[in-house]
Ligand binder design. Structure first.
Ligand code: ATP
Ligand code: MG
Length: 446
């Protein structure tokens, strides 16, 4: 098998080899190349010790990324390459990270510390593919399988439990039976993993094409990191006209339907987290969830804080959860008002999550998603029309009111506010003449 390496990568490998070391590309980039996908970045593994790598690349810009763990980032013709010494991880006494690492001259030992067979492939132009654990067979069969004993590997580093789900979602692979059994069994170990590490894998998991299947099949693992979602599992919404899914199934479906952006996927995952605690049967015996969006926003805030998401990401997601039930699509005349209140970015996101939400209800409800398309057209037209979004955009100013004979004072502001409200409700054009006419009427009536 031949893999086309970028010239910068070939250069780095050739340079290390010229110094008498061996070097390979390894991990995700080999997996992706074998699968015919363009790797996002290229990692190199080498027999050179960190100081020998540094010495070899002394004429290049280098960044000491994780020198303790043997990693040096080298910039070759603008391309950053992570070069890591062959390494064996020490014990993971805290289930988080190796207490120590030791370096080795043996590629096989380096490959055996890696998490899954599909990630334990190495390649160099000189040697070709090095595949000690039949990663190639697992790629062909679309299988995620631990390198070595699953229990031992998950107990060493429980983040791998979530990584298995992430790769299953992103690559659309199955998790091999004994690996799957073991990750279910060991899932409580995820409690010891730092929020920062969980966050990264969770976001990647949510972006995968097989996210729905993974969220449904491995829900118990997800509930380990977001226990707040477990109440929605199997929760019957008791309204068959609207809902054909339980709350959690609806959530999983909606996540897979929404545009693939981290904050939208996360908003979908959390949008109905407030449903179980707000459930009521109405007088017709139908389920309803009064104010579940407000309750959900509170829960979402605590989930995202707990997982240490950035303030910006957290507030964007919480706002979407809070307002995911805006009735804009039932009341299109409120669009301008909503745009003023929430801003353009939010309104665009709102339409995305509302569409995904509707498409994950009953077939009758899914019909309504067409209205979202109409609303999207209307929003685009509105934005293109240079709309009045704040008082300063109003084509009538305070001094215009004074020329109409209104004395300076609070009434000026009140009249402008009133006119602004008329404009954003679509009852009056933002046109100086029309505004003056209306202002005259108001002043006269006072
Ligand atoms: P991506 O395309 O998302 O970068 P990747 O496979 O490169 O996927 P990384 O998280 O960048 O994933 O890790 C690079 C490689 O390091 C993996 O392919 C794997 O060989 C190894 N690796 C990463 N994290 C672990 C871990 N927790 N345990 C064992 N091996 C790991
Ligand atoms: Mg990578």
């Amino acid at each position: 098998m031949k893999i086309n390496l970028p010239k910068e990568v070939k250069k780095a490998i050739a340079l290390l080899e010229a110094k008498g070391f061996v070097a390979y590309v390894v991990g995700g980039c080999v997996r992706d190349s074998v699968m015919g996908k363009e790797p996002a970045d290229w990692d190199i593994t080498t027999s050179a010790k960190p100081e020998q790598t540094a010495q070899s690349f002394k004429d290049y810009r280098t960044i000491e990324t994780g020198i303790k763990h043997g990693t040096l980032t080298v910039l070759i013709d603008q391309m950053p390459l992570e070069i890591t010494t062959f390494r064996i991880d020490g014990r993971y006494s805290d289930q988080r990270r190796p207490d120590s690492v030791s370096f080795t001259q043996d590629l096989k030992l380096d490959l055996s510390r890696r998490d899954f067979t599909v990630n334990a492939l190495a390649y160099s132009p000189r040697t070709g593919l090095v595949d000690e654990f039949d990663g190639l067979g697992d790629i062909k069969n679309k299988v995620i399988r631990c390198v070595g004993q699953p229990d031992a590997r998950f107990q060493e580093d429980a983040l791998r439990i979530l990584r298995a789900l992430r790769f299953a979602s992103v690559l659309d692979f199955e998790i091999e039976k004994s690996t799957a059994q073991s990750l279910f069994k060991n899932r409580a170990l995820l409690d010891k993993i730092s929020a920062e590490r969980i966050q990264i894998e969770l976001i990647k998991l949510l972006a995968g094409p097989a996210v729905e299947r993974v969220l449904l099949y491995f829900r118990q693992v997800l509930f380990q990191i977001i226990p707040e979602l477990s109440a929605s599992d199997g929760f019957d919404q008791q309204d068959t006209e609207k809902h054909i899914f339980t709350v959690y199934e609806h959530i999983a479906h909606a996540v897979s339907r929404v545009k693939n952006e981290p904050h939208l996927r996360m908003a979908m995952l959390l949008h109905d987290v407030g449903k179980p605690s707000t459930f009521k049967l109405d007088e017709n015996g139908r389920g309803s969830f009064p104010d579940h969006a407000a309750a959900g926003a509170e829960i979402a805030l605590s989930v995202l804080k707990g997982l240490k998401f950035s303030k910006r990401f957290t507030s964007d997601v919480v706002k979407l959860v809070r307002y995911h039930d805006l009735k804009a699509f039932e009341e299109p005349h409120t669009l301008h008002r909503l745009l003023v209140r929430h801003g353009q970015a939010f309104m665009r996101d709102y339409l995305q999550i509302k569409r995904a939400d509707l498409l994950s209800l009953s077939p009758q409800m899914a019909q309504k998603a067409k209205k979202i398309d109409e609303l999207e057209v209307a929003l685009n037209e509105l934005i293109a029309s240079d709309p009045c979004l704040e008082l300063a955009d109003l084509k009538l100013k305070g001094k215009d009111l004074l020329t109409l004979g209104l004395p300076p004072g609070v009434k000026v502001g009140q009249t402008l506010d009133f006119l602004f409200e008329l404009v954003i409700d679509g009852k009056l054009e933002n046109d100086k003449k029309a505004l003056l006419e209306e202002a005259k009427k108001i002043i006269k009536a006072k």
